[in-house]
Design a binder for this molecule. Structure first.
Ligand SMILES: Cc1ncc(COP(=O)(O)O)c(C=O)c1O
Length: 495
């Protein structure tokens, strides 16, 4: 289709440079509406960004940012060397979708920002360092961490490490830590791997970033659970991959739906132990189906086992990696939850043929993790402090989860529903149908309660409104007080 049919005249009439809303956002909305209304039909080629920018009288960056958002959400597709088109197969749900939440979108992007950096601006991010309050997620109970032991081991390691240890080390990690991680994964997760297969990373986030960079090329499809952890979406987007949202059900990711949507995906990112954020465990049947499919088509599976340490009931299921006979699974873990997030240490277990590529990618990313922290963590594991701390926290977190479930069912009947879970560090609070979860989060914040809006974690349409409620870091009284504070907030939404 010729570019002369493009959307410029329609969109132009709706851009208002004096409006508070940034121009890229206005253009994004205008193009999106034209696509949904059928003014821009599937397969329509859009004018090149430079031409569109000239005709609209806006900067090219404004057009590129609007295109990027539409590409990331599946409204547009780019064909190498041939330009940008309206997607041929617009998912049905997009035709009914409301505009995504924009409260977290920043002002007009700085002209010096790259398209990649601009994608960060579209993801909700909590940048202000502030003490976590109930029910902020991802927080362990730091007041119960044995910092006295940590301090003693740190002193010991400072004395013991040779001067040579302080120069550039192995980018794949400090060997005693890799050995301790391999031993831990064998006993606790049923994973048989050598220390050489363990790549120490700077938190699970770097593991996600490196995986996206090393295992797929720009434009490649990657299945992403829908809903999913925002850090995983960020890693895929910034590596230039195409996140394909795949729905989850009670058994985890729907492999059948993934095969329909992107049979050629290079990478699949999953959270089998405790789906993030919904919390279901992937069934054995689903695990086997996913592995079989990945083996058939040669796709990689990234198993993000971010809070595997915390299971309170039921038989612990071995990791997906433990079932992987074809070497298609990369296993990702972190010390952020069992130890503390500021440590910035995590680990990837990669199939032997990938070890060198990952070590090199780590080298070129940032050389290595700090040796002292790696050495202290290794000793913390080897001397049993890690296992002891996790055992203690399991009891504490289980009691806190129980306090949350009981307080909600006692105080918020008809307003919020939570269900006990066998694992994890947060629960979903389900809101009555039709309630805007992002608005609830904003009102709760004013009342001093921190929640996460479930709808933000979806790329497709959210099934039900809900809020994420972390409980691990908060004492039972704090949990009860915060639940009390939510009563009035929720009341206003139900009138
Ligand atoms: C699902 C999931 N993956 C990965 C991470 C990354 O943690 P970190 O980068 O702190 O290791 C988190 C942290 O909350 C998470 O919830």
């Amino acid at each position: 289709m010729p570019a002369s049919n493009h959307a410029v005249p329609l969109a132009a009439s709706r851009l208002d440079p004096t409006a508070a809303e940034p121009l890229y956002r206005q253009l994004y909305e205008a193009l999106r509406k034209d696509i949904l209304a059928g003014h821009l039909p599937p397969g329509q080629r859009l004018a090149p960004s430079r031409v569109m920018a000239d005709e609209l009288g806006v900067s090219r960056n404004t057009v590129l940012v609007a295109f990027d958002l539409l590409l990331a959400e599946g409204y547009l597709e780019s064909r190498v060397g041939a330009g940008t088109y309206v997607s041929e197969d617009l998912p049905e749900h997009l035709l009914h979708a409301e505009p995504p939440d924009v409260t977290t979108a920043p002002s007009e992007p700085d002209l010096s920002l790259t398209r990649r950096a601009t994608q960060f601006l579209t993801l909700p991010t909590r940048l202000r360092p502030e003490a976590p309050r109930p029910f902020r997620t991802g927080q362990p109970a730091l007041d119960l961490f044995p910092f006295d032991v940590w301090a003693r081991l740190t002193q010991q390691q400072i004395r013991q490490l040779s001067a040579a240890a302080y120069t550039y080390g192995d980018p794949a990690g400090y060997l005693p830590l890799r050995e301790a991680i391999a031993a831990y994964l064998h006993t606790s997760r049923g994973i048989r791997c050598t220390a050489q297969q363990v790549i120490v990373v700077s938190g699970a986030q770097q593991g996600l970033n490196l995986t996206a960079q090393v295992l797929a090329d720009e434009g490649d499809a990657a299945w992403l659970e829908d809903p999913a952890y925002l850090g995983t979406r960020a890693a895929l987007l910034t590596a230039g991959l195409r996140p394909v949202p795949v729905p989850v059900d009670a058994e985890g990711i729907r492999v059948d739906a993934g095969k329909d949507k992107a049979p050629d995906a290079r990478l699949v990112c999953v959270t089998p132990s405790y789906q993030y954020p919904l919390g279901m465990t992937m069934s054995l049947a689903r695990r086997l189906r996913l592995l079989a499919w990945a083996g058939e088509v040669g796709a990689w599976i990234l198993e993000d086992d971010y809070d595997n340490e915390y299971r309170y009931a039921g038989r612990p299921l071995a990791a997906l990696k433990a079932l992987d006979t074809d070497g298609r699974v990369l296993y990702l873990g972190t010390f952020s939850k069992a130890l503390f997030p500021a440590l910035r240490l995590g680990y990837l277990v990669v199939p032997p043929p990938l070890v060198e590529a990952f070590a090199r990618a780590r080298y070129h990313a940032d050389r290595q993790s700090p040796v002292l922290e790696q050495a202290v963590t290794a000793q913390f594991l080897a001397e049993g402090h890690f296992a002891r701390h996790v055992r203690r926290m399991r009891v504490v977190y289980a009691a806190r989860q129980k306090a949350l479930v009981e307080a909600v069912s006692r105080e918020l009947r008809g307003k919020l529903e939570v269900h006990a879970a066998d694992g994890g560090m947060h629960l979903i609070g389900w809101l009555p149908d039709g309630v805007d979860d992002a608005a609830v989060v904003a009102e709760a914040e004013k009342a001093g309660v921190q929640l996460g809006a479930l709808s933000l974690y979806y790329l497709g349409p959210p099934e039900c409104p809900g809020v994420l409620m972390g409980y691990a870091a908060y004492a039972e009284e704090e949990i009860e007080r915060a639940v009390g504070g939510l009563g009035e907030v929720l009341e206003a939404f139900l009138r």
